[in-house]
Design a protein around this ligand. Structure first.
Ligand SMILES: Cc1cc2nc3c(=O)[nH]c(=O)nc-3n(C[C@H](O)[C@H](O)[C@H](O)COP(=O)(O)O)c2cc1C
Length: 396
């Protein structure tokens, strides 16, 4: 159990990383700024991402002791019958509004480095941080979706260079936040006489998170970030092999290894990196109810058009992929909430799986729901107290 007293000070770096509470396993809501959130489904109750719904959700989550809200940086829908992610709220303005309306919860902005001038982004983030009294966090993304960049008339750089650019970008941001006056003579930015006041609350800086999956992306996170956001889909795919029934023990063995490898890589850069992952929660009083609803939302009513578009963006098509492999990837994306860990079951089962991931070394889980306002109250009432009982959460 973590020490609350040591993390209480608003704006301190330790306090920011701890999200000002003693919860050993941090829990956040992922993707609420995007329509349908993380489930490419056609069910009528799918998430709207409207501002009134986001505001209601943030207040409810703040009150219930949820640790953070993590938006998705998305500019253009993926198509399909629902135009998955076709309606989105911009994350820095979204975070600012929600920080003004809440008391305790940390709210991230997810920023595409190539789309924002770093001095504008630094100022917007400081403004959000001032509004929230030191509760703003940055999720930095280098970008991967070509169509989104074309929409801005911005050319997507080749992969290695994306992270060279992101390095300069974050260097400028950190210097702007430090309060010093500086010139910057880089390959991408040539800035003269920069002054940016105020700085972030407490004279520190917001927590920085990144979700690069490649070796270069991961090395970038190790050099620059406090937290690394990773996906468990590789471990789940590897454990599934060709069989339909996934061996849970094997999944956890692979996940433990994955987390340990990331932490070991962080130590090579002199960092104790915090590792997070994401998933989709469908929690119901009985296992059958949970599984039935999961089947209804993620299989029977999957938005296959959107799923195929997302796979095509990752260069996975029926033309270049063997039919059985393509079918497996398609079904994985639909049934596992766009690549997240599927927590489907009773409160006991969901809590047990959260606890297992906490014990595997994850510092936090960012989860999504088909409709947050329908589903989060039950999750908070039933799952959070179970995690408190096993020592992974403090009393709210
Ligand atoms: C959990 C998670 C969340 C992500 N969130 C976003 C996002 O909000 N916006 C975005 O454009 N990319 C997002 N990404 C994509 C990553 O930023 C990154 O581009 C991708 O994982 C590919 O890694 P690479 O750049 O190292 O090749 C996310 C990835 C993961 C695993």
């Amino acid at each position: 159990m973590h020490d609350v007293a040591a993390v209480a000070e608003k704006g301190s770096m330790r306090g920011r990383v701890e999200m000002y509470n003693a919860n050993a396993l941090k829990i956040g809501l992922f993707g609420a700024n995007c329509s349908s959130a993380r489930t490419a489904t056609l069910v009528p109750e799918r998430w709207s991402a409207s501002w009134p719904d986001c505001l209601k959700l943030a207040r409810l989550a703040d009150e219930a002791g949820v640790d953070f809200l993590l938006p998705i940086g998305r500019w253009k829908g993926y198509g399909g019958d629902s135009d998955f992610h076709g309606t989105t709220l911009e994350t820095l303005t979204w975070a600012s509004g929600l920080l003004a309306a809440t008391e305790r919860i940390t709210v991230f902005g997810t920023v595409h480095a190539p789309l924002f001038h770093p001095l504008i982004a630094a100022k917007e983030m400081v403004t959000a941080d001032q509004i929230g009294g030191g509760r703003f966090g940055l999720n930095l993304v280098a970008g991967w979706n070509e169509g989104e960049f074309q929409m801005f008339g911005v050319a997507q750089r080749e992969h290695e260079e994306r992270y060279q650019f992101a390095q300069e970008w974050i260097d400028v941001i950190k210097r702007a936040w430090s309060g010093e006056e500086f010139d910057f003579d880089g390959r991408y930015f040539k800035l003269a006489g920069v002054r940016a006041n105020p700085g972030p609350v407490g004279g520190t800086r917001p927590v920085i998170m990144n979700a690069g999956q490649s070796g270069t992306g991961q090395a970038f996170a190790m050099r620059n970030c406090d937290a690394f956001f990773t996906s468990t889909s590789g471990a789940r795919l590897a454990a599934a092999g060709t069989s339909q029934a996934m061996d849970q023990a094997k999944v956890f063995e692979l996940i433990v290894k994955q987390v340990n490898d990331i932490k070991a890589a962080g130590r090579k850069f002199g960092r104790e990196i915090e590792v997070y992952t994401q998933g989709q929660v469908i929690c119901r009083p009985t296992q059958k109810e949970a599984e039935d609803y999961y089947h209804y939302t993620n299989v029977e009513n999957a938005d296959w058009g959107a799923i195929d578009r997302m796979l095509a963006l990752k260069n996975i098509t029926p033309q270049n992929t063997a039919a059985d492999v393509f079918a497996g990837k398609r079904s994985m994306m639909a049934s596992h909430g766009v690549g997240g860990y599927p927590f489907v079951g009773t409160p006991d089962k969901v809590a047990e799986e959260f606890a297992d991931l906490g014990r595997a070394g994850f510092r936090g889980l960012a989860v999504s729901f088909v409709n947050y306002l329908n589903d989060v109250p039950y999750f908070c009432a039933e799952v959070l107290p179970r995690l408190t009982r096993v020592g992974l959460r403090a009393m709210n």
